[in-house]
Design a protein around this ligand. Structure first.
Ligand code: SF4
Length: 223
């Protein structure tokens, strides 16, 4: 209902989500790539934009097999990069972004992604076409432990249904509201839990309110 808010604290919701939804590595392209280091992680996040995790993981694995994620080899692929990442879709934009990230790593070294001043790194990455605020937020949250809440379509929908933001709120509004709700120390994990929760229960069409662990506290529960 308009104006009403979920009647639990962020800490309580966090604990409920931890008990009721599963964050599996194979459902999150970024987690799949995490062991490969910062360049792999950043590439994985770019590949996952507007793509199912299944398809972006396929594209990522193909790129890893072909290049071992060596930035020089990625650049040497030229136009062939598009074919390799085809399963992820939006191949023109994504291949340009991956090439630009590879050039950055070649120039500064991969360690730069882990040690650069955060503001400078954010500016540098966001200046790359095809690398937006969300991509950088996911990267900074996972790799650098920065307390930011990266907003995707699930987070947007769920935050509005919980009454934390109005419907149609901007990226910044949702990000700030979710960060305040869950608290900075939970932001990274909460981001993944909310995605898993949005997929399992709070679906865009036909949310499964009757089975939802938050149904007695949610202002949007369909009775
Ligand atoms: S599934 Fe229903 S009850 Fe659960 S959070 Fe979404 S709208 Fe609320």
């Amino acid at each position: 209902m308009e104006g009403q808010r979920i009647t639990l604290s962020g800490a309580e919701v966090f604990e409920i989500l931890k008990r009721t939804v599963e964050v599996r590595q194979e459902d999150f392209t970024a987690l799949h790539a995490l062991p490969d280091g910062p360049l792999g992680l950043l590439i994985a996040i770019v590949l996952s934009q507007n793509s199912s995790d299944r398809n972006s993981i396929r594209a990522y694995d193909r790129l890893k097999e072909t290049t071992s994620l060596d930035p020089r080899r990625i650049l040497e692929l030229g136009d062939g990069l598009k074919d390799i990442i085809r399963p992820a879709g939006m191949i023109r934009q994504k291949s340009e972004a991956i090439r630009a990230i590879s050039r950055l790593v070649l120039e500064r070294g991969e360690g730069y992604l882990g040690t650069a001043n955060l503001e400078e790194l954010r500016r540098e990455l966001e200046s790359i076409r095809g690398v937006g605020r969300k991509t950088v937020d996911v990267f900074l949250s996972i790799y650098r432990g920065v307390p930011v809440f990266a907003v995707d379509t699930h987070a947007k929908r769920v935050a509005a249904r919980w009454g934390l933001v109005r419907k149609g709120a901007s990226y910044e509004e949702v990000s700030r509201a979710m960060l305040e709700f869950f608290g900075p120390e939970r932001a990274g994990e909460a981001h993944r839990l909310v995605i898993a929760f949005g997929r399992a229960y709070c679906r865009a069409r036909s949310p499964r309110c009757s089975m939802c662990p938050l149904r007695n506290h949610c202002p949007s529960a369909v009775r």
